[in-house]
Design a protein around this ligand. Structure first.
Ligand SMILES: NC(=O)c1ccc[n+]([C@@H]2O[C@H](COP(=O)([O-])OP(=O)(O)OC[C@H]3O[C@@H](n4cnc5c(N)ncnc54)[C@H](O)[C@@H]3O)[C@@H](O)[C@H]2O)c1
Length: 376
């Protein structure tokens, strides 16, 4: 490994470019067991923007060519934080250059691309992870622990919603998200992939689905101008699913829900109790237990900030709340630790392919208007 720690090339200078920069900059200071990332290179199409981010976060070098960045001899890890259409070419080139790869979600724009990415990282023998950061919210990781302890008993229902508001506003921030060529799909892949990953993480594998999508607004105004952008992706997607373990699941996602800023919600019902979580209250996990005595039952609100809770001991005293950005820091901590230990973290590209297979089955179901099996 060249130099000290793990040298990173971050491809992308947008929203995730900033969120990941923040994580790399802070992670080893808060998690001393984590190999220190070296902020080697940041790459974006716009040199001025990349230089500004480099100055703000301390990236050593700037590039406008991802092709050169992924081959840089001083780089150990490539972070793919660009629109979906670039996930496969950048990740595959990085793997072939012998770099570990962290790729943003969803892994790809199609199942075929996702499989090619998995084949490339396996062939190269590099470590890989998908940035499904919501697994790393302490309250969500706590839900996983409670499920492992059997506190919900047999699972019956998984109910997920991921609702956002921004689609109702006339101007759009990231026009690429409205273009099928660049994004693969709309709310379905963008937000639906997070819902699917959390379902797989918490409740189990998805066997079959039936879904529907809608594009309510067919044309939109591009950011900072009067040009209109034709919308070629869905605004909203709903689907039902049956899990391998027999549980029934429902999923709803939209970008057109006024008042719902980032409402990533799940509820799980089992034979012994229930859990629910809402990202807009991300420090809290709500738990109802039938093991409580009758007459004393009710949802209790667990604040996942105690030192006993996942990741929390490395931050502040109990009750001093964490934010959305910590989920990215935790995911990047886990990836760097895994690289340091020669382990493969979860969710890795195999999980990314499984998620993509569910997205693919939903899209097939929308077209066929029938139940479709998830291609295992
Ligand atoms: N996990 C999360 O919480 C989360 C949240 C938002 C977005 N994302 C994902 O992160 C990725 C990026 O989304 P974003 O919101 O940061 O988008 P964005 O539009 O804010 O930024 C995209 C960046 O990609 C760069 N880019 C585009 N083409 C390029 C090229 N050819 N070479 C180099 N750079 C290029 C742009 O210059 C820009 O810096 C997407 O895959 C998205 O799905 C994840």
């Amino acid at each position: 490994m060249p130099g000290e720690g793990i040298s990173v090339a971050l491809i992308g200078t947008g929203f995730m470019g900033r969120a990941h920069s923040h994580a790399y900059r802070n992670v080893a200071s808060m998690f001393p067991e984590c190999p220190r990332p070296r902020l080697k290179l940041i790459c974006g199409r716009d040199r001025g923007r990349a230089e500004a981010l480099a100055a703000r976060f301390g990236w050593e070098e700037v590039s406008t060519s991802w092709e050169e960045a992924v081959r840089h001899a001083g780089v150990d890890l490539v972070d793919v934080s660009v629109p979906g259409a670039l996930h496969a070419p950048v990740s595959i080139a990085a793997a072939r250059a012998g770099k570990h790869v962290l790729c943003e979600k969803p892994l790809a724009n199609s199942l075929e691309e996702a499989r090619a990415m998995l084949a490339a990282v396996r062939q190269a023998g590099v470590r890989h992870m998908v940035q499904f950061n919501y697994r790393r919210v302490p309250a969500v990781a706590l839900a996983r622990q409670m499920l492992d302890e059997g506190q919900l008993g047999t699972l019956y229902h998984y109910r997920a919603r991921y609702l956002q508001e921004w689609g109702v506003h006339p101007q759009v921030r990231a026009p690429w998200k409205l273009d099928k060529e660049q994004a693969g799909s709309g709310a379905l892949g963008d937000l639906g992939s997070h819902m699917i990953d959390l379902c797989r993480y918490l409740a189990g594998e998805i066997r079959e689905v039936t879904g529907m999508t809608e594009t309510f607004v067919k044309e939109r105004q591009a950011t900072g101008g009067s040009a209109t952008v034709r919308v070629t992706v869905d605004d909203a997607a709903l689907f039902l699913a049956r899990l391998d373990n027999g549980a029934l699941a429902s999923f709803e996602t939209t970008r057109l829900a006024p008042g719902r800023k980032n409402h990533n919600f799940f509820e799980i019902n089992g034979s012994r109790g229930s859990l629910y979580f809402d990202l807009e209250r991300l420090n809290e996990l709500n738990f109802y237990s039938l093991d409580d005595p009758p007459g004393r039952r009710g949802f209790r609100n667990l604040l996942a900030t105690a030192p006993q809770h996942p990741y929390a001991a490395s931050w502040w005293p109990d009750g001093h709340l964490l934010g959305w950005e910590h989920s990215h820091t935790h995911a990047i901590r886990d990836f760097l630790v895994a690289i340091g230990q020669g382990q493969l973290p979860r969710p890795n590209f195999e999980d990314g392919v499984k998620c993509q297979a569910v997205l693919d089955a939903v899209a097939r179901s929308v077209a066929s208007r029938r139940w479709e099996a998830v291609d295992g």
